[in-house]
Design a protein around this ligand. Structure first.
Ligand SMILES: [Zn+2]
Length: 74
């Protein structure tokens, strides 16, 4: 079960919550349910930049070291 980090919109309290199912956690400080799940910074960035890197690196081929893929057919 994943533990997510949340921040409360009411009092800006940061807290971690063990999510079971799709329940919404409540702030342990003010009991508000207006909480935002914080995305894991490293996971989110690596996924996004990885996809962008692959797409924008059309100048270099992954199957060869040539700058143009016309030589290897990739
Ligand atoms: Zn709160």
């Amino acid at each position: 079960m994943p533990i997510y980090e949340y921040t409360c919109q009411e009092c800006n309290q940061n807290f971690e919550y063990l999510v079971m199912g799709r329940e919404n956690p409540a702030c342990p400080k003010c009991n508000s349910t207006k909480v935002i799940r914080l995305m894991s910074a490293c996971g989110f960035i690596s996924k996004g930049s990885g996809g962008q890197t692959v797409k924008s690196s059309s100048s270099s081929c992954s199957g060869c070291t040539a700058t143009s893929c016309s030589s290897c057919g990739h």
